[in-house]
Write a protein that binds this ligand. Sequence first.
Ligand SMILES: O=P(O)(O)OC[C@H]1O[C@H](OP(=O)(O)OP(=O)(O)O)[C@H](O)[C@@H]1O
Ligand SMILES: Nc1nc2[nH]cnc2c(=O)[nH]1
Length: 204
Amino acid sequence: MVQKVWVTYNQVHKLCQDAAPRILSDFKPNLIIAIGGGGYVPARILRSFLKQPGSPNIPIQAIGLSLYESLGTDAQVEEPGTKVTRTQWLDLRSLEMANLIGKNVLIVDEVDDTRTTLEYAVKELEKDVGAAAKEAGRSGEVVQFSIFVLHNKDKAKKGQLPKSMMDEKRYLAARTVGDVWINYPWEATDIDEHDKMAQEQTVE
Ligand SMILES: O=P(O)(O)OC[C@H]1O[C@H](OP(=O)(O)OP(=O)(O)O)[C@H](O)[C@@H]1O
Ligand SMILES: Nc1nc2[nH]cnc2c(=O)[nH]1
């Protein structure tokens, strides 16, 4: 049986707060792309910590990717699917997205498990953004992608991220954990029970 851990809203908030200075100094994002559903709440919290006086908020765009589904008898632990499903994508022909060419984009998700989702997101975004830049006659200008996740599971990964991203340390996990199942607060149907489980557990 896989070990389960419970993470509270306050813990998520503080993980975003702790990571923000490093994201601001090293990644300097012009745009956040949240991978839904799990990336939405961390992305929104992070935006408040990335706000600089005198500068506008960093915009958040969303992509919807789904790999896991509830299949087994244990409703709390989901099984990985075999392929990533796109439920929402960016409109790269919009004016706002064209403005992104040559800028820094921070991809946000809550958890890096097998890395399948992040590999898919980075590959597909690089491909689409590259094509948009070419179309705009600006192929020389790349979009620099970086990644922020709340939790990275320390395990053999099925997906790979670009070597340059890892070498240049454009990947940040607020916490590295073992191969446990993390229950996030936004998945809870009874938040008081969720918080109770979080309080009673022995692991942080
Ligand atoms: O590293 P991986 O093994 O790819 O797993 C991580 C992904 O799995 C979860 O998404 P899920 O497919 O459950 O969709 P959801 O965010 O809408 O719940 C999570 O939000 C990540 O996107
Ligand atoms: N909630 C949740 N979703 C996941 N998707 C992949 N791993 C996890 C996990 O540990 N918790």
